[in-house]
Design a protein. Sequence first.
Length: 592
Amino acid sequence: MPGRRPKVPARAAPPALVRRRVVGVTFHAVAALMVVGCSTVPTSTVTADERKPDEVVSAPSSAGSVSSEVLLKVLVAEFAARRGELSVALDNYLAVARETGEAAAAERAVRIAVFARDETRGLEAAELWVEVAPGSTDARQVLAALQLRAGKEEAATEGLIALVPRLEADTPGQAFARISDLLARERDKAAALRVMERVVAGHEEDAAALFAFGNLLARSGELARASEVLERVIALDPDLHQAVVLLARIRQREGDTAGALDALAKALERRPDDKSIRMTYARLLVDAKRFEEAREQFERLSRDDPSNKDVKYALGLLMLQTNRPAEAKAYFEVLTDDPDRRDAAWYYLGQIAEVAKDPATAMEHYRRVDRGEHRLNAQVRLAALLADSGEVDRARSLLQGLRGDNSQESVRLVRAEAEILVRHEQLEAAMGVYDAALLEMPSSTDLLYARAMLAEKLGRLEVLERDLRDILSREPNNADALNALGYTLADRTDRVEEAYELVKRALELKPDDHYVIDSMGWVLYRLGRHQEALEHLRRAMAISPDAEIAAHLGEVLWVLGEREEARSVWETALKSTPEDKKLLEVKRRFGL
């Protein structure tokens, strides 16, 4: 019961006070029975956690007398919550809280209101919760959040300022961090920042307070201001590694990777044993493609803490990235016993086996990946290897038996099945796969584009044009569709002027894409503008020495009389792709 025990004899106590004591027991007992078996949710998550009300447990039950009136309200509230009649549940819990002064009833009302997105009554319930439980820091945090959502910025600010010493007493050194976390959940980022700035006002020499503000600025996307605040924090406390790490990450996001690395290197000189700083430093070195330096940092982390699985995982990935499969394999094999990393480890071991031309071992590893982010990729690779071993039907059955967790994954499975069929020269069957999938997902850009590319192989240009124009009707700036349609019209029809306009739009959207540049070169060639075509094709070839670009460039050179250079371009390309059909066909056309 809130408040202290009355000093008068029980029979002389005010009727309302006696009633509160009795129904406090009633609420706990009934609500606990109604939601038995559910998990406890921390009160402080009310502002952000909009779980179903019946997922929340009230205080443990107690024995005692029961008021039938309050008992009925609690029962009605709980049954209403279970039926989704949240307004009824809220009415009854507010009534119980007002009548009894029971904090648990007020808290339950707040949770129901937040879940129902009824922030007006949620604020009413939160105010009541603070009234009946004035010492609860959780109640005061919830009230401040709901006040902010209601536009009562001044009240929220005053409440949080008053809350700082209470939070500091509960968790020394963490008061401002807790308020920052609370405000970070709010939709109105600008209002949250204004409140936080006023909360930390007067604490300009407190590194923890300023770091909490800087952290909120960073989480709100105010990176320039966050950098300024964090630099001040580091000046006050150079050993506050969280500030050093956050500032480095901000600099990286702003494109200043060199500055981020320099700051971390200096921090490591001061704190060589700080694992958090060293881990961030190593990861940024990877992002900067300074792989050898990154390896040295990760290996030191591994020596300092041989049991750290995250470091071993990072080293495994780094070894793969630097083409050291044997060393990568050793790290991933260790991780197959770790429940959190096991599936990723088996997936990468499968990749290593594929590179080693050991498909049987690769398939064995992929079969072990049955959950997590690599599950789908592993099953797709398993299906591809089955098909390559001659078991195309089994590969298709495997893919058809999988279910994507979302539309993107479903599209991936369809494309994987069709691509297996294309690779094994079953083009009509692949077209059937796309046709069936597009009946269920008619607006899928990925599937329409894939079917269009297959239609080109089958010579069905009307299907290609229909699908690409379908995409463009909804996505007029889809550069890939513009480019594909323009290139095909130039290459396979006499509609070259129309093709030029399409590819021109694609090039405006993707000026540095070598495929689009190649398309423009080919369209210009078909228009008879050979010198302009040559400029574009040389540029495309410089970006990516692709076999098809080489075929186009060689042809334009040949027509312009630069035959030795044309032969050189073709022969160089054939060394890496000796079976390329376009290269062989263009040489045949010119009698070579």
